[in-house]
Design a protein. Sequence first.
Length: 283
Amino acid sequence: MPDLTVISYGGGTQSSVLMLMAAKGLIEPMPDAAIFADPGNERPSTYRRVAWMTDQVPFPLIQVSALIPITRAVAEATDHRGRPYWPAVPMHTIRDGSKEGMARRICTPRWKIEPIITVIRSLLGVWPRKHVPRGITVEQWIGLSHDEVDRIKPARKPWLVSRWPLIDLMMDRQDCEDWWAENAPPDAPPLGKSSCVLCPLHRPKDWAELAREVPEMVEAAAEAEASGKAAEKARQRDKGDDSYLHRRRVPLLQAVAEDTRQADMAQDLFLAFGEECEGYCGV
């Protein structure tokens, strides 16, 4: 048996199902705690699920965040501790006006993994910069579903053992959604994806959706992009890559406007086709 069992809770679909299944005793042993690492830029719907889940589970749901919220880090061209660094998220880059690439991804380890490890160490009573005693084992449950099996990675700490209960149960995302619909309480919030609003890994349709759902957060992301780029250019005297949050590699609001326009055109085309096609085309 592990000395400590924790759930890494992201507030999204799969990890929410994992939390509720654990709370009902459907996955054993009962976790000692769950940890939500807050980068400071999640959708409001994610925070609502986290707040709701806090009252549903019989174990503590601990919320932790880095010293610097991720939006501020991007805006000020720093890392999670306020030290000069650019970019804090894996932005889409252009070098010499034509060579496309992508910046290094430090956001997951700095804003997610490290805060969770800090909480786990505190639960073990291990002070910062002290070694976890030999023989101690912590089992960390991660909410990946069976359709995400390619995302499995071993834990990087010798005392930490990762477990993927949903994969063990052969549950994919649709299975998770079906389980939630059948087993979640009536007041349960709807499931949804958990991710930073300013994440450069969003697809164009994701940006269009965010522009409709949380326009003020998209505007804040655009301001952070512009501010961070200006800070980094001043620091490097206009040298280095040109970086963008959107894969179009143009300023965010310009790219999102184009995404929204294309999404609207696709919807109009679908509706027009639906109105015309009533099953009589070959009659």
